[in-house]
Ligand binder design. Structure first.
Ligand code: ZN
Length: 150
């Protein structure tokens, strides 16, 4: 099995059985994201203790990339600090868009590296980044503001 197949399997698996796919009724932070290009919708719930993300979950519907991306993101972020989360988003964004000014560190990305295949499909990049933009909105508590899907 080559790496590409492995990554594809991860995306399929996380789409079929998304991790942390539930509501956090008492979440401190909450934001909604929408990607009009594809119709992906999600609600993200985040609980924090100080700067640390103690729990994170999501609900929503969308394409396989958007669901798998949110699932992988929530799995990667539990226990991390908000600034670690932002740094990770920069890496993911660089991975997805091929920005050369950010070091794409495969080891730091872990399973999130599975999203690298999306780079070949520029129209799907927003599907993969939706959850991250929604996370930034949730952490900034801009829950009522429209989420950029850039
Ligand atoms: Zn999508």
């Amino acid at each position: 099995m080559d790496l590409k197949d492995l990554y594809q399997d991860l995306i399929i698996d996380h789409n079929r059985s998304p991790r942390n796919f539930r509501k956090l009724p008492d979440a401190k932070h909450r934001a909604e994201g929408f990607n009009p290009l594809c119709g992906d919708k999600l609600t993200l719930y985040v609980n924090t203790d100080g700067d640390r993300i103690t729990d994170i979950a999501f609900e929503g519907s969308g394409c396989a990339i958007s669901v798998a991306s949110a699932s992988l993101m929530t799995e990667s972020l539990k226990g991390r600090t908000a600034s670690e989360a932002r740094a990770l988003f920069e890496r993911v964004h660089a991975l997805l868009t091929g920005a050369s000014d950010v070091d794409v560190d495969g080891a730091a990305l872990g399973k999130l590296a599975a999203l690298g295949g999306v780079r070949a499909y520029p129209t799907r990049v927003k599907c993969a980044t939706l959850c991250w933009h929604t996370l930034a909105a949730a952490l900034d508590q801009r829950a009522a503001a429209p989420v950029s899907t850039e």
